[in-house]
Write a protein that binds this ligand. Structure first.
Ligand code: SF4
Length: 347
């Protein structure tokens, strides 16, 4: 097991079973997350005997960079090779003073949304907490400072790997860990309704983002197959309960696809849901996706849709479709890598 799979409480319990005092766990967290050291040899505040015991019991994994691509707008995508040869990607998105990191939570995804490359390549496995936190540590080092925002919105459905995502959030949030404020983290979901209750139970002020993308079940069934299991009204109802449980901020993500979900009727439906959830809306103009007939809306279409929402008192932001020249839509880089590996394997 990787030592970074453990929250501070879990590590304290492990340390006690090793016959040591619990505060040793705090010292280990300090080396791992404050001093950001990935070798037991350097843990000079611990005895040699304890360092050897730790090394015999826990590994300290480091993500291996397999590829990297930067787009003209500054968006940078990192492709990591994991210990078992699988690949994940992490995206760094600068926007003014904000620097957002988009973290992956699974290798691939089970939910096969029509507009998403991760879904098309199927599901491989959940990421361990250490592999999620590892992305943060790597990006902090690459950037030379701490990013401002962390969104669990890369490959995978975070609520489908909630136990590990929750541990990663706790390690990131712990003052003895990375000390990242919960309000700077956002968990995204395609609408895995049964898992909302577990998110409600989290005693941290993490933001919630819902990938909505359609305001009728007919269209959402087509774009996001998860909607056939958990239809729109169930998703909105679960989000309402989440809001009542703690009042944390909800954002609705809406990819605008020309001629499909960009009519003013769609905008009316979206405004009604946003008002019900007191949610902000992020509009993203769809980028071309290999094998899909989706069309990118014009700037005029996007502006009209945004204005319609704002006239209905919905706080709306147009997010640029970042880094489309480096395959920045989620899962595209890892997907290409996988396709290439398959071709090489077949050849
Ligand atoms: S959008 Fe999210 S839930 Fe849908 S396939 Fe992609 S990663 Fe999975």
């Amino acid at each position: 097991m990787d030592i970074r799979d453990l929250t501070l409480d879990e590590l304290r319990a492990e340390i006690v079973t090793m016959g040591e005092r619990p505060f040793r766990a705090d010292q280990i967290f300090d080396w791992l997350y404050k001093k950001k050291v990935a070798s037991y040899d350097a843990f000079s505040s611990l005895s040699k005997a304890l360092r050897e015991k730790l090394a015999g019991r826990f590994s300290i994994g480091v993500l291996e960079l397999a590829d990297k691509g930067a787009a003209a707008d500054g968006t940078t995508k990192f492709l990591f090779r994991l210990g078992d040869g699988q690949h994940i990607e992490t995206v760094l998105i600068p926007a003014g003073r904000r620097v957002t990191v988009c973290l992956s939570t699974q290798v691939g995804c089970k939910f096969a949304c029509a507009f998403c490359a991760s879904g098309r390549h199927g599901f491989e496995r959940d990421l361990a907490p250490s592999e999620i936190v590892g992305q943060v540590l790597f990006l902090e080092q690459a950037l030379g400072r701490e990013p401002t925002n962390f969104v669990f919105m890369g490959m995978g459905e975070p609520l489908d790997n909630w136990a590990n995502v929750e541990k990663a959030i706790r390690i990131m949030n712990a003052s003895e860990g990375l000390a990242i404020a919960a309000r700077r983290m956002t968990v995204s979901t395609a609408g895995l309704v049964p898992a909302f209750a577990r998110l409600e139970a989290l005693d941290l002020q993490v933001n919630l983002s819902i990938s909505l993308h359609a305001v009728t079940d007919r269209l959402r069934d087509r774009l996001m197959p998860i909607n056939r299991r958990f239809p729109l009204e169930e998703v909105v109802g679960a989000a309402e309960r989440y809001l009542r449980s703690g009042g944390r901020m909800i954002t609705l993500e809406y990819i605008l696809i020309r001629g499909l979900n960009d009519s003013l009727d769609d905008a009316d439906g979206l405004a009604a849901i946003a008002r019900r959830l007191r949610a902000k809306v992020n509009l993203i103009a769809c980028s071309p996706i290999e094998g899909q007939p989706f069309e990118t809306p014009t700037d005029v279409d996007v502006a009209r849709f945004k204005r319609w929402l704002e006239e209905r008192k919905v706080n709306t932001v147009v997010r640029l479709s970042k880094g489309s020249d480096i395959a920045a839509a989620c899962g595209q880089l890892a997907g290409r890598f996988k396709d290439q590996a398959k071709r090489e394997g077949a050849g």
